[in-house]
Design a protein around this ligand. Structure first.
Ligand SMILES: [Zn+2]
Length: 282
């Protein structure tokens, strides 16, 4: 699943492959954009903003896209057949040397670079961006003290770039249940700093290692380990849906160790039993 580090690395790879060379091939295989002619334009730069990809062109336009749950870009040498040319391919950008293929990329839009704010302006501080600001991210999280910390970390308006893996792992490493209200999390700033450190530590790889052990099955403490023993205490790792009941996708799955992560269970959170007995300062 693409997280901020995956998107950051994708942007860097696309930038290296495409920037500064005229486009020999440019296909946008979606609706209104299918007839857009970008050949001979140059890619000026490719940057990640949170989990959004911005491909900036030399004509003042930006090609925006988002990997969501299943999107990916692959760079192939030019002149070879593109693997899987079925409808999974949404964008093809090629120079004389390489072909970059966007498979199942989402939210494709071509807009003035000056208007990028309309697609990424809502984002909180970017965990991997040059403008990362932990104080602002902490303030944004703290603004909704009754919301569960698991949902709040995923909200890209608070901090941009963290997905479900880093949510689960951060909650584990800070010893809080994902259902803990933000206002009950001790040292919120410490939690924010940890999310940033985990993302930054994984910037150079497409997968995610939070344990320091890159061996298969040992990379994460709780994420993806439902029913298996917690790597710290041996209790069975739990899994449950969290957040908006209208959405049932992988972003809503929470993994946690009830032993290492005291705090409300999903059932208690649902019944409101997690409320602190003393009023929290607002
Ligand atoms: Zn445990």
């Amino acid at each position: 699943m693409p997280e901020g580090n995956t998107v950051w690395l994708t942007a860097r790879g696309l930038h290296k492959a495409l920037a500064g060379h005229p486009l020999a091939v440019a296909e946008l295989r979606i609706g209104d954009l299918a007839t857009t002619d970008l050949t001979d334009r140059q890619v000026r730069e490719v940057v990640a903003r949170g989990k959004h990809l911005l491909i900036r062109l030399d004509n003042g336009l930006t090609l925006h896209n988002h990997l969501r749950m299943d999107g990916a870009w692959r760079v192939h040498p030019a002149g070879r057949p593109i693997p899987d040319t079925r409808d999974h391919v949404r964008v093809i950008l090629g120079t004389a040397a390489v072909i970059a293929v966007g498979y199942r990329v989402h939210d494709i839009a071509l807009l003035p670079t000056a208007a990028e704010g309309t697609v990424v302006g809502h984002l909180g501080p970017d965990l991997l961006g040059p403008d990362w600001d932990a104080a602002i991210a902490t303030r944004r999280l703290a603004a909704d003290p009754d919301r569960s910390i698991g949902e709040a970390i995923l909200d890209q308006r608070n901090l941009a770039g963290a997905g479900n893996v880093y949510k689960a792992e951060t909650c584990f490493l800070r010893g809080v249940s994902p259902w803990t209200p933000v206002g009950d999390v001790r040292d919120l700033r410490g939690l924010v700093d940890l999310v940033a450190r985990l993302l930054q530590a994984n910037r150079e790889r497409y997968d995610h290692v939070t344990t320091g052990d890159a061996r298969s099955g040992r990379r994460t403490w709780v994420y993806g380990r439902a029913g298996r023993p917690c790597l710290r205490c041996g209790a069975a790792v739990q899994v449950a849906w969290q957040g908006d009941p209208k959405r049932a996708d992988a972003e809503r799955i929470s993994y946690w160790c009830p032993n290492c992560q005291p705090g409300p269970s999903p059932e208690q959170a649902q019944r409101g039993l997690h409320r602190a007995t003393t009023p929290r300062p607002r």
